[in-house]
Design a protein around this ligand. Structure first.
Ligand code: 4AD
Ligand code: MG
Length: 432
């Protein structure tokens, strides 16, 4: 019996005869030889069919087979130093499994809206393949990192009555006879978890009714939110940079092939694996923007162009510390010596990518927190459970949230978040 393998394992079977289940992505034939571009979900490589070496029927099938038809191919693995992948298969037999025809995504260029309309098929192409594999690696390495660091994963609810990040971007739903929202962030629940288990992290989908049509905003995205009891903001920053450096290192170590498919420069990524990352204050960031003629004054939130400029000024990710209170959420801890800013930081990714992490120390002063909730116009009743965390054995604690798609977009070196999630949801897109 010929051994069944995956393309990714071809290197272990050089000069052996093997059988692989594949789809055809593209082909080129002359009278004497056919080159079939094949994929099996683990990698892409080339199959070669030489007329003089196979039966008439096999050669004819190789000529006729349609893009995205599925088949078993049998043949011998050879090295192929000219390709990305490094190996190819010299095919002796082909067995058609599922025919295809008029596959809409051809090897020519397509517009982005067309590709997004066909996302269920587009996922099969090289670029989405590489990005999704890197997404998977970032998720895997995240679980590994936080488990190694003594965190436990805790799952917050998706249906909720609270609005940690402000009420303007909530998706409202009818919940039997009352109202509920799709969660914007698992953080408040993660704080409850930190008081129970010390160090927790959440990982799940969050929802924001973002009206902004930017390349950095999705209405449904995935967030990793670690929360740590007995931990200051300064200590949290050290965890954050160690975590990001760990993610980048693991992508370099485990996704060399995918990075090559995306033409992502590994030497560039290596710069992000050393810590500490630079830190500047919000005050300083505003000065830098003003010096570069941006129209901004102290107290304004940063827009995408501001973040792009700031992150372009550094070789590594950069922490922006202590933002004005008016532009950040209610749960952040006041600065010990300044009334106007919080103990918080955003991490901006380099190469102009902008914010990937938002985090802070959490307010523990009961009266202050209660006042902040009211000032935000939130219903105090809804937050009694959250206030209980301050009533019963409150401790200093800090945490942060990494936007998964923002991290993927940056690490992959692509230019829009819509490619960093299998089925993107944006203001004008909820299909397929
Ligand atoms: O800065 P944000 O709003 O912070 C929080 O939600 C906190 N509760 C986190 C915490 O301290 N536990 O969001 C965190 C991150 C951002 O830095 C960004 O990477 C990402 O989530 N993000 C988005 N990603 C895609 N689309 C959107 N609309 C996003 N909004 C935020
Ligand atoms: Mg933020």
């Amino acid at each position: 019996m010929v051994k069944k393998i995956n393309i990714i394992d071809a290197k272990d079977h050089v000069d052996e005869e093997v059988k692989i289940g594949v789809w055809l992505t593209d082909k080129r034939s002359s009278g004497k030889i056919s080159f079939l571009q094949l994929r099996d979900g683990t990698a892409f490589f080339q199959g070669v069919v030489v007329k003089s070496q196979v039966s008439e029927a096999v050669f004819q099938l190789a000529k006729d087979v349609k893009q995205e038809a599925s088949m078993w191919v049998t043949g011998v693995i050879h090295e192929d130093t000219r390709s990305h992948f490094g190996y190819e298969i010299e095919i002796s037999a082909i067995e058609l499994i599922g025919d295809s025809g008029d596959y809409p995504i051809t090897p020519k260029e397509h517009g982005i809206e067309f590709l997004l309309d066909h996302r269920h098929l587009w996922l099969r192409s090289k670029r989405p393949f590489a990005i999704m594999k890197i997404r998977n690696e970032i998720i895997r390495a995240s679980y590994e990192f936080f488990n190694q660091e003594g965190f436990i994963k805790m799952d917050p609810p998706i249906l909720t009555g609270s609005a940690p990040e402000g009420t303007t971007e909530l998706f409202h739903i009818e919940y039997f006879d009352s109202d509920a929202y799709l969660t914007q962030s698992g953080q408040l629940y993660a704080e409850a978890g930190a008081m129970a288990f010390g160090k927790v992290f959440t990982f799940g989908p969050v929802f924001r009714a973002e009206k902004s049509k930017t390349r950095r905003h999705l209405t449904e995205f995935w967030m990793i939110e670690p929360e740590m009891a007995f931990t200051t903001q300064e200590e949290s920053l050290v965890v954050q940079e160690k975590y990001i450096a760990y993610l980048v290192q693991n992508v370099i170590d485990h996704c060399a092939y995918e990075l090559k498919l995306l033409d992502r420069d590994i030497d560039q990524l290596k710069k992000y694996t050393t810590t500490p990352y630079p830190r500047i204050s919000y005050d300083k960031a505003v000065e830098m923007l003003q010096a570069a003629d941006f129209d901004i004054k102290w107290g304004d939130d940063f827009g995408a162009p501001d973040e792009t400029y700031l992150s372009d000024q550094f070789e590594q990710p950069v922490f922006i510390l202590n933002y004005p209170k008016a532009i950040k959420p209610f749960y952040m801890k006041s600065h010990p010596t300044r009334d106007d800013v919080y103990l918080c930081a955003d991490l901006l990714a380099p190469e102009g990518y902008g914010e990937i992490i938002g985090g802070s120390e959490r307010e523990t002063n009961f009266a202050k927190l209660e006042a902040e909730i009211q000032k935000m116009g939130l219903d105090l009743e809804e937050y009694q459970w959250y206030l209980d965390l301050r009533r019963y054995g409150s401790v200093p604690h800090s945490g942060f949230g990494l936007g998964l798609e923002r991290a993927i977009t940056w690490i992959c070196g692509i230019d829009h978040l819509r490619e960093a999630i299998p089925f993107p949801r944006m203001i004008n897109r909820i299909k397929p």
